[in-house]
Design a protein around this ligand. Structure first.
Ligand SMILES: [Zn+2]
Length: 249
């Protein structure tokens, strides 16, 4: 996997997409399946294949991925039989990290998957570095459909980069950037641009734009549940968040 500098090109492409005009022709995807306590129980990565099968489709077609979700069901059944109670923690969180947001076709497939497996999933989050071809209306509609289906769409944040690249340890954004020899200012700016554009596309009623409460790296006061009533306010809260995260390092 990607920690500790392993598979640097894969991680670099995730981090770099959208910076200095870099737009790779492939999508890189890292998937985490987490317990509701935040423990990573399974992870893997996928990339657009030579025959252009999108990373998301490869994940959805991967028997191992599907089995991991089904395991929760087995555990759930076992537990329910034993204790005769329904444990609400017997669900998983699925978190995808991508360099591009899903295209319209992948959006449809992801929704289809989510609708079928919903009872086993507490939260399904898709976060990404850059929005994919939003000059095409179908892709915008795909993002809106994902959002309407209850799947959380997010731009990357400092916390989410630490979470995906250093899941086992508490590491600062600056340290992660140093490890991959990247300029944190550029990454922050790209992520902020993506967040603002995503907000504009989905409408300002998004209250979960910066919700990182599921992150194991959560620290400090939570000011993130405030909903924004205007784009101006949103920008201010983004800047505050940015400042807060820089300060906390
Ligand atoms: Zn796709």
């Amino acid at each position: 996997m990607a920690e500790g500098g392993e598979d640097v090109p894969f991680v670099r492409a995730l981090l770099d997409t959208g910076i200095d005009g870099y737009k790779p022709k492939f999508t890189n995807l890292i998937v985490f399946i987490k317990n509701t306590d935040g423990t990573v129980i399974w992870k893997d990565k996928y990339q657009t294949s030579e025959s252009h099968v999108h990373a998301e489709i490869q994940m959805l077609n991967d028997k191992v991925f599907k089995d991991e979700i089904e395991k929760v069901k087995d555990d759930k059944t076992k537990k329910t039989e034993k204790t005769k109670t329904t444990d609400k923690t017997e669900k998983v969180d699925i978190i995808l990290t991508l360099n591009y947001s899903p295209c319209s076709e992948c959006a449809d497939k992801l929704i289809e998957f989510y609708e079928v497996k919903k009872s086993l999933i507490r939260k399904f989050t898709i976060r990404f570095s850059r929005l994919y071809r939003i000059n095409i209306q179908a892709n915008i509609d795909g993002l809106k459909d994902l959002n309407s289906a209850g799947i959380t769409l997010k731009a990357m944040t400092e916390k989410s980069w630490c979470d995906v690249l250093m899941p086992e340890e508490s590491s600062s954004f600056e340290k992660v950037m140093k490890l991959y020899d990247l300029d944190p200012v550029m990454i922050r700016k790209r992520d902020l641009d993506t967040r603002k554009t995503l907000q504009e596309l989905l409408g300002k009623d998004q209250s979960d734009s910066s919700d990182e409460s599921d992150s194991s790296h959560e620290s400090g006061p939570s000011h993130e549940s405030e909903s924004s009533d205007s784009d101006a306010q949103l920008l201010v809260s983004d800047m505050e968040k940015l400042k807060f995260e820089s300060d906390s390092d």
